[in-house]
Design a protein around this ligand. Structure first.
Ligand code: SF4
Length: 136
């Protein structure tokens, strides 16, 4: 019998892939948590816990598990990932036509563009290289 632990033990299979295989291929009740899902959950709940911290990942993963439709885990996982990719997208989310806007805390409190929060912001570093070119 396939279990999440068994899938996770495979080389190169992390939590996301293990949950995806378990739910899509075997209809097992595990929530897939990718960037799209993290963004949807943060905005929908209005939670400002950074999504890229271990505390944030733990919190949103637990919430994703609670919200998961245990009878149709594969369909639910695909739906929330697609929702994040197409409707609740990172830039210019389609809030005015979103079916969740009445209950979405980010929308209700006008914090959509501020969520989710990321703690680690990529910093661009300017580097200079000096070199000699020798012609013979
Ligand atoms: S109302 Fe906007 S922010 Fe809220 S879930 Fe819908 S698309 Fe996402």
């Amino acid at each position: 019998m396939v279990t999440l632990g068994l899938l996770h033990a495979l080389k190169g299979v992390g939590p996301y892939t293990a949950a995806a295989i378990a739910s899509f291929a075997f209809d097992l009740p595990y929530a897939v948590v990718d960037g799209n899902v993290l963004r949807v959950l943060s905005r929908y709940t209005g939670d400002a816990t950074p999504i890229d911290t271990s505390a944030g990942k733990k919190k949103y993963t637990a919430l994703a598990g609670v919200l998961l439709d245990k009878d149709q885990p594969g369909t639910y996982n695909q739906a929330i990932m697609d929702f994040g990719a197409v409707i609740c997208r990172p830039q210019n989310p389609l809030c005015t036509s979103c079916v969740q806007r009445e209950d979405c805390q980010a929308y209700r409190t006008e914090r959509v563009s501020g969520l989710p929060i990321k703690e680690k912001i990529l910093r661009k570093t300017r580097r200079w290289f000096y070199y000699f070119m020798v012609e013979t």
